[in-house]
Design a protein around this ligand. Sequence first.
Ligand code: ADP
Ligand code: MG
Ligand code: MG
Length: 353
Amino acid sequence: VTTRAEDMAGFLNGSKVLSPNFTKRYKLGRLLGEGRFGFVMTATRLTDGRKVAVKFIDVDKIPRNTWLPDRGSATGGYVPPEIAILQQLDHPNIIQYIDHVVEPTKYALLIMELHGSDWQHASSSSTMSVEDDDEETCTSFDLFECIDAHHHLPEPVARKIFAQIVLAVQHLQVQGIVHRDIKDENIVVDSNYNIKMIDFGSAANIPKTQAQYFTRFCGTIPYASPEIVRKESYRGPEVEVWALGVLLYTMIFGNNPFRNGKERAEGIVVMPRGFHLDSDRDYSGGKAVLTDPQMMHPFNPVFCTSGCRNLIRGMLEFDPKSRSTIDEVLSHPWLKREVEIYQKAYVSAQSAA
Ligand code: ADP
Ligand code: MG
Ligand code: MG
């Protein structure tokens, strides 16, 4: 079965649709993934052989009045907001901008760091069971596919991934930016469970006054907060934390906490029954759980500590005013130590550079 994007990829490789400005510097590889606004392919940078990811952004879908000044060019010009926002970000858990080419027709090409493409090697050494008959999932691995392959994630793995996501979101908020489409598909994961946030197609600056609050929803409905579902205006950070709550719930329990619009509007969270663990030590040090097929069987009860449940509840708080803030999430007892490990590593990497 070939999708529209695969047809397009094959077509692009041999055609003159792309300008020499791109084709003289990059050679396209294969399709990595596709979403609502475009598709993403691997490519090789011809100067040094570096493997990169190229997102094809359909410019007809991005109203011109939203384009922002190009920070990467001395000659000026405007680029889709997704490119402009990524240009100003630099964080270990946010995909790194490399380059872009605005083609005269149809596409803006966003060239970025390729992340999570090492699963092909990892799956042969059986750290994890990625379906053998599905090579597509091996080349790029987003968190959606990761949860899908495991049914649900053991708590220590979920914590490792979640700490990095929250650090990325905190970094954005310090920069005055909200992502607005936080979900499993927009997180890419490598074989060591290092993650990077991608897809800044809905990102925006946090409004400074109530008059500027957002009124338009541009995320993904299963991750939308009750105030969004009720069509109220919103500031951004509170909605972001809600989406993080949905995300952690989904990682731990393997499904979305809300089954329909009514449940989302009411925001009542039901935690599945399962073993309540009092201590993380019950996880035999937090290692090797992934290799135990018995433990990860979809019909087995879910293991979840009371600390984890408490954190999820704080993020999925109905009233945005009493919802946990990003700093409260970071300093929650369930997450704090993991966060500190990453913060230390990032500081020492920075001083080494
Ligand atoms: P859309 O805005 O259409 O949703 P995304 O930017 O989310 O597009 O990209 C679509 C998919 O492509 C992602 O879900 C992911 O699987 C894959 N992908 C995107 N960027 C990268 C990247 N830099 N490295 C690896 N995979 C990526
Ligand atoms: Mg996406
Ligand atoms: Mg998008």
